[in-house]
Design a protein around this ligand. Structure first.
Ligand code: SAH
Length: 325
């Protein structure tokens, strides 16, 4: 049986023959939480474990039909919840500061497996409106078609009706995927993980930079129309002695120049397997100040869920430990 979560409303309508039934099914499953989507399969991933952080963050270890494990995280906010979801089982990019990178890539998720993570989180008893960030395990632009399909299902006004401004795709900067995305009618907020302001530095931290260097990535951002460029965020992980010097701040602000992008500084989340340390608070503050002085809209991300290994770059290693017990 076909998974309901893998289908757009148009596809459902084609299969059942009536658009009105497709609309009803979208409403009953996504809004009224019906467990029945006949004639389709509405089985959700199994919640194997749920970890509750002291700061309210919740990390979900989910098992898919073929027994592979992924993780999703709920991060509470002042106005909204953020649902952080995975796009792949593991990841092929091997960024040296990210635990998921140690695993290698197992497989892509289907569109339905991406959508169903959100369904699980939305039904998990944590009340409230939510935004979605594709910032969990995996590289969304290496799973382009399924990720874009999932976005269109989430955006459907008969289902979750999630605005594209409430969906963020986070990428390590795959240029062909970025170029394709730039031409899409459905354009989510775009986060680009930079973490390195020179090619020499970024080559070491993110091997994908050897294929798609910084200039090529930023050229795509420069080519975006202003309304889209404004929705780009550069993410920059602050690693002690590696990415956090005044010269790094200078190089980063020079790179950005007059682009309308924002910058998100993410203090490195440590793990014993990774040989790095988090930048000191004062260093982060100074770096932040430098970018602000240059007129760049810069934010420091408060790390959430670190005590349950649910913070950026901490996903999956611990899940493997749990699953092998
Ligand atoms: N592959 C995508 C999405 C997953 S990574 C991407 O690269 O954007 C999501 C974010 O977590 C990225 O911005 C990445 O730079 C950041 N990150 C990875 N490891 C981290 C760590 N140990 N500490 C803090 N942030 C980390």
């Amino acid at each position: 049986m076909k998974s309901f979560f893998d289908l757009t409303r148009t596809e459902v309508a084609q299969i059942v023959g009536k658009p009105a039934i497709a609309s009803q099914l979208f409403k009953s499953v996504y809004l009224n939480r019906s467990a029945d989507a006949a004639p389709f399969d509405a089985t959700l991933p199994t919640v194997v474990r749920r970890f509750q952080s002291e700061d309210g963050t919740q990390r979900f270890l989910l098992q898919l039909e073929d027994k592979e494990m992924i993780e999703s995280v709920i991060i509470p906010g002042d106005e909204r919840l953020t649902f952080c979801v995975s796009s792949q089982v593991g990841c092929a990019l091997a960024c040296t500061f990210c635990l998921t990178g140690l695993l290698g890539l197992k497989r892509n998720l289907t569109a339905g497996e991406i959508v169903s993570q959100i369904v699980v989180l939305a039904r998990s008893g944590v009340a409230g409106r939510f935004s979605v960030v594709l910032m969990g395990m995996g590289e969304p632009l290496q799973n382009y078609d399924n990720v874009l399909k999932a976005i269109s299902i989430l955006n459907d006004d008969h289902g979750y009706d999630l605005s594209l401004r409430r969906i963020t795709l986070s990428t390590a900067g795959l240029v062909p995927g970025l170029e394709r995305l730039a031409a899409e009618p459905l354009f989510p907020n775009l986060s680009i993980s930079l973490t390195g302001a020179t090619n020499a530095q970024r080559d070491q931290l993110m091997p994908i930079n050897r294929k798609y260097p910084i200039e090529a990535v930023l050229d795509v951002v420069r080519s975006l129309p202003p309304q889209r460029q404004k929705r780009v965020m550069l993410e920059y992980v602050m690693i002690k002695g590696v990415t956090d010097s005044p010269a790094d701040a200078e190089a980063l602000s020079a790179l950005i120049g007059t682009m309308a992008v924002k910058v998100n500084l993410i203090p490195f989340n440590p793990a014993s397997e990774l040989g790095y340390e988090r930048s000191d608070d004062e260093t982060v503050l100074r770096f932040h100040g430098h970018l602000l002085e240059k007129g760049i809209a810069t934010f420091v991300r408060r790390s959430r869920g670190g005590d349950v290994s649910g913070a950026c770059g901490q996903l999956m290693k611990k899940a493997m430990e749990v699953s092998s017990q």
